[in-house]
Write a protein that binds this ligand. Sequence first.
Ligand SMILES: [Zn+2]
Length: 257
Amino acid sequence: MRIPLIDAHCHLEGIPDKELNGLVSHALEAGVNRMITSPTQMKEWARSREISQRYREVEYTLGLHPWFLQEKDRNVKTLLRENYSEDVIGIGEIGLDGGRKKIDIKLQIAVFTEQLEFAIEKNLPVIIHCHRAWSEMIKVLKETGVPRAGGFVHSANTSPEIAESLFTLGLSISAGGNTAFNPGRKLVQSLKAAYPNHLLIETDSPNMNPLKRSEPNRPENISVNLKNIASLLGEPETEVARATTENASKIFRLELG
Ligand SMILES: [Zn+2]
């Protein structure tokens, strides 16, 4: 029997309606049982919810991605409170990006912290983006805390030492297209540290196509990611599928089937 997969992180908000049916059925054919779509800006929140209501295979989160922040986003906790409903399964995509110099890191930290606090208050798992801001990230997580429900840093390209401190804090990491095209030694070591208890699988669609970077990615390509991850770990695909699905369903409290 094929093990069902959970695409723990993707962005379906920008996919036109006419393409969604095909996208979902191709994902199902590839063994994907659930897709967790995460908006990056507030203007997408209603769309995330709409798609999740239309397809039982799609769940959604709410959040503001660091790349698009503006001063007005400092009141994100109020916005989350106003838009929250029982079907929201997590807070994401949220985080810090030190590579985006135009977006003041202090603003990023303030908005990330508010969103983390909201997640703690509601005990919702977090989906975190972190790039070139690991020391700030660990500092905020230590000071603010982590929801009991946990969460993960998606496409985490970090050292095994930092990965271990994430696990100690109650978080996991997810891997996807970052394992294609000759991943670095550190990433492989982090994956090995995460497996089997702290590893999830994702596509980050429409980003990070593991076959051809310049083309839009789709959740069906999760099978390519599974293959790459299993080969880097030196583990059978079925075992990696089983472990990553179990970890994701635990974090998001999903009943598969
Ligand atoms: Zn993403």
